[in-house]
Design a binder for this molecule. Structure first.
Ligand code: MSP
Length: 497
């Protein structure tokens, strides 16, 4: 599983955190399934954009990258991201992989020297045709003027790959999810493919081409290769196919062309297997605009964590927006969802279960009944969650998970065990509620890992959620009963909006 590697010209923002959290939750879900997942993220440190940012900061590009890259690593550790590797494109292992991939494409005859002149957006690190530009020669993404560049470049002969790419996608239906984003990629390929330049002479901040050191590799060729670098590609001592091909490239909709057109063509040329899948997310918009340093509407995820906590923030980005579509970020939306789903639903369920067990069952959890009325809701929640994660639809997976929370709260409200005398009836209801909460805890762990771990401990369960394996861990009857159940501090104190 991979995220895009983030440009270090900006500090981590909500848009970066969004993709990284989706990848983390998917990674965790697959680990619960017993899959051996390697989750990769990192930073994109070469190219003109970074050179300019370093110049503006009055420092060298390397010093600049060394200052910003750790901020991404820190942000991910504060957001409880379980990445296994963090790749920086300034690392030697990455240089080796880029040189290897370039050389293979060159030897295949797919990289050739040519002269290029065109209009270039530095923020995108991309050339645009006149038809693609907005009135006044403005970049369609950044809405700011493009530059005119003319230089001798090496070109990757992408135009030769149209049929091969279309054939490959036809043979691998569903490789790109959601489907409408896959159709966008196919539309780009059918619309005709232009060769793209893979080198620059006007810039020195990059990786020199192995056969012509006057040129450095184009930043997108360089950046895409990170996914291979982290598998050991380019190191003759390592078998990179242990980790390649990747199962999921998580990307934003703005980089479909690079990932779903350029990248597979580069791999075909080099004789490397293609990715098994891509999952394309939309943008989180702030006031209807994509969040970007150049737009000035950047939201720092770490500020939001101060209000709703790490899990509150993770839950919000996963649950609020259907992955693939654009979502609108608002502070009010964040607080509303926190109060409704976390404070009033999950937090409330955990608290009331522990309170009633303490008051009516002597603090020791009764075992669930095999024929509990909640067993069916639990099975449906698991089926829905599994389907949601499987389709890279976290909002659906969480909706299914929360349906079990709601069913359990409703079950408690209809039986009102807090009003009843201690005895077998209360024990039966509370055993069921404890078991439902245990299953919720497993299913919610990918989204809210610290909270799930806390509830797991309060239920008196041994081991940790990370050690559980699905589907067994979601099968009704796993709570053994007889454990000391503790209440602890409120998990999600209500926020006054
Ligand atoms: N460095 C390139 C990616 C190279 S991958 C081989 C890049 N970096 S980026 O930092 O600008 O963006 C990385 C990803 O973050 C993109 O997929 C982009 O869509 C995503 N996001 C950036 N802002 C975003 C939002 N406001 N909302 C959601 N995702 C957004 O592109």
């Amino acid at each position: 599983m991979t995220t895009p590697i983030y440009y270090v010209n900006a500090e981590p923002h909500l848009g970066h955190a969004y993709t990284t959290i989706v990848g983390d939750a998917l990674t965790r879900w697959h680990r619960l399934l017993g899959d051996d997942v390697m989750y990769l993220t990192g930073t994109d440190e070469h190219g003109l954009k970074i050179r300019q940012a370093a110049d503006a900061a009055g420092t060298t590009p390397q010093a600049f990258c060394d200052m910003i890259a750790p901020k991404f690593a820190d942000a991910w550790s504060r957001l409880n991201i379980a990445n296994d590797d963090f790749i920086r494109t300034t690392e030697p292992r990455h240089h080796a992989a880029v040189r290897e991939l370039l050389q293979r494409c060159y030897d295949a005859g797919d990289i050739e020297l040519d002269t290029y002149s065109g209009k270039y957006c530095v923020a995108c690190e991309e050339y645009f045709t006149d038809e693609e530009l907005l009135d006044g020669d403005l970049c369609p993404i950044h809405k700011r003027p493009v530059d005119h560049f003319e230089e001798e470049n090496y070109f990757f002969r992408l135009s030769r790959f149209q049929d091969r790419l279309l054939d490959w996608y036809a043979a691998h239906p569903g490789a790109i999810v959601p489907e409408f984003r896959g159709n966008e990629a196919l539309g780009l390929i059918r619309g005709g493919l232009r060769d793209f330049s893979v080198s620059r002479t006007s810039l020195d901040w990059g990786i020199p081409l192995p056969w012509d050191e006057r040129h450095v590799a184009y930043v997108w060729f360089d950046a895409l290769t990170n996914y291979l670098s982290a598998t050991g590609f380019g190191d003759p001592k390592v078998d990179y196919t242990t980790r390649w091909p990747v199962d999921y490239h998580l990307i934003g909709k703005d980089i479909i062309r690079h990932h779903c057109v350029y990248w597979p063509a580069m791999l075909m040329s080099a004789g490397v297997d293609l990715p098994k899948g891509w999952a394309v997310g939309g943008w989180l918009l702030v006031d209807g605009e994509k969040m970007a340093k150049s737009t000035g509407n950047v939201v720092n995820p770490l500020d939001l964590v101060n209000t709703v906590g790490v899990d509150g923030f993770r839950y919000y980005v996963l649950a609020e927006t259907a992955y693939g579509s654009d979502g609108d970020f608002s502070y009010d939306g964040l607080v509303t969802r926190y109060n409704a789903d976390l404070a009033n639903n999950l937090g409330n369920l955990a608290a009331r279960v522990a309170t009633v067990v303490e008051k009516k069952c002597g603090g020791i959890g009764p075992a669930p009944r095999a024929d509990s009325p909640l067993a069916e809701a639990a099975a449906a929640a698991y089926a829905g969650a599994a389907a949601g994660w499987d389709h890279v639809a976290p909002s659906k997976a969480l909706e299914a998970t929360w349906s079990l929370i709601r069913a359990t709260n409703a079950y408690l409200e209809s039986h009102e065990p807090w009003k009843a005398e201690p005895g077998p009836d209360v024990d039966a209801v509370m055993g069921d509620a404890l078991e439902a909460l245990r299953i919720v805890t497993v299913l919610a762990w990918p989204a809210v890992p610290a909270t799930a771990d806390a509830i797991w401990g309060r239920l008196g369960m041994s081991g940790s959620v990370a050690d559980q394996r699905l589907p067994l861990a979601a099968t009704w009857g796993g709570y053994p009963g007889g454990t000391a159940v503790t209440k602890g501090d409120p998990l999600f104190p209500r926020i006054r909006s």
